[in-house]
Write a protein that binds this ligand. Sequence first.
Ligand code: ADP
Length: 454
Amino acid sequence: MFNFSFLTKKTDVPNAKQTAAQFCFRLIEHAKKTFGVFRVKEILRSAFSLRQESVRYGSDGFPLLEEGGQEALKIAVIGLSNEMIKTFGTPFAESMMEKVVTQMEATVPAETITKEVLPIVPSGFLEGRKIKALSKEELAHRVEEKTAELRHVNENLEAKVSERTVELNSLLAEQQKAAQLLVRRDFELTRANERLKKLDEVKSNFISVVAHQLRTPLSGIKWTLNLLLNGDLGAMSTEQKTFLFKAYESNDRMISLVNDMLGADRIESGKMRYAFQPIQLLDVVDNVLFELLPQANARQLTIHFDHEPKDLPKVYADPERIRAVFQNLIENAVKYSKAKGAIEIKMRRTEERKVLVQIKDDGIGIPKEQQKNIFERFFRANNAVKAETDGSGLGLYIVKNIVERHDGKIWFESKEGEGVTFFFTIPAYTEGQAMPIVTRVSAIVDSPSQPKVQ
Ligand code: ADP
């Protein structure tokens, strides 16, 4: 085993080999205090096994460093300094070695330390001392080496910087191009949007003018046909009457289409005016049913209408608009019912002081995937288009708008092939409720008894 006893005697001047060993021993002693004896043994063992350097171990478990010479000492120092760096950082390891060397300088000549200790100190440590120990030539050589190394690093760096600059420039150019494209796109979209707005305005004006222009002649035709059918202008054969009645029905469909177009146009342009007053919804339904009865009879439909629901309050509404709501919903129920089907109309007061209306049919129903679109302008479900070719797809759009203007809500439940139930609510009228002053817009549907022939 390595004998360190000589180190305790201050008077001893150790020889070269002993000086290096002394450094190593002192470092081991410091390490023992820092990491503990057991850990230091482990550190040294793994340092030797890592280097695949065979060394013998003493009975105390420490390597017999004197047998391995300078190489063994070097491995031990490297192992210890690596552990110090890992645990406490490089400055700690450096200060530890500096401390050991300073202690040794009290007994060992500086020249011996330079010659024997510094070679076993890993590179990067005690560099100041190592440089001081170099000859002029060695120093010049070192400087040259370092300069070349730095130049090389510098050149690499410059190459990398210029490479990155080229990359960045091309990225910048691409970004500029994309930005220009975006600006152009934005400009084009704004212009297209303006054009569309203008077109929409033109279309809206066009619809409004055409619908208004059509209204009067259609009313005239209706009035004239009615006179003919009533026999006011002379008797007609049954065949003539049948054909005239078909003309009357077609004319009615045209009037209803024109009405829908005007209604939708008024909603969009915000020109739909309301004249609110307290009204009884039961009366409105009676009136609508009376008009739709021939259509319902033609299809052999049964209509159940509860005329006397308990305490049904009045609502505060525009009678003409509400009439249009019932007209549309009941007409749809008739139109989309299967022959001999049943329609049920119910009303009741809710706990929230509203009147809830329910219109149920057992007709074609609305396909589930299209239910979300049902209140959109011009939307018609596939099954409706197939079953009933007449229809503008504007009715429900208008109905929803009117109900909501009355502070109400509209919704439906449906299963395709089994029918639809439409529900809507209108707040009940409270006695003394203020009546807003609004401009009234005359009804569009012209009754035969009030012709508008120019
Ligand atoms: P339309 O003039 O086509 O009847 P609406 O706006 O009144 O237009 O209705 C929109 C669509 O809603 C209809 O085309 C139809 O697909 C569906 N719909 C409305 N009411 C019913 C109903 N009672 N039964 C089945 N489908 C209905």
